[in-house]
Design a protein around this ligand. Sequence first.
Ligand SMILES: [Zn+2]
Length: 198
Amino acid sequence: MTIISSVLNYNKTFVDQNKYEEFQTTKYPDKKAVILTCMDTRLVELLPKAMGLRNGDVKMIKNAGAVVSHPFGSIMRSILVAIYELKAEEVCVIGHHECGMVGLHSSPLLEAAKQKGVSEERINTLTNAGIDLSKWLTGFQCVEESVKNSVQMIKNHPLMPNHIAVHGLVIHPGTGKLDLVVDGYSTVHSSNNEIYSI
Ligand SMILES: [Zn+2]
């Protein structure tokens, strides 16, 4: 049985037995927060449980490494949509220890692509078109530094309102322990403190 057919079989039972009822909520985050975290498999259930989050509490954005790599890419757009359209008032960037993006370099990845049939000629076409694959396909050396960089990119974005607190955290993928790397409240105006009760 393929993955998708087993998923569809399970899904039929899920819907037929009304198992969705306990998850019903709205598109607006009850805790008025948007989280950017990593796509790591260990965080799929652990992160919300370790933070005491339920369906409907937050907007959740994921990518490899919990990185904002471009100020006008889809991650930054999603954060702005969460704030302006969905009433989020705080942003949490949550990296994690043992992240696959630590030490990721483009050359082994491109070598793997060649072994899977992507021609060198095609790769060269991208390079010749000005796409810097070595920069695009590279991770980071230190998760705390990466989280700080992403927090700065969000906080300093020209479309980001001043009163939004942007926090940085690192989670342990085994225990779920969270460490605060950037306290977003320290850089918002104190007169807005009353709205920061997550
Ligand atoms: Zn990761």
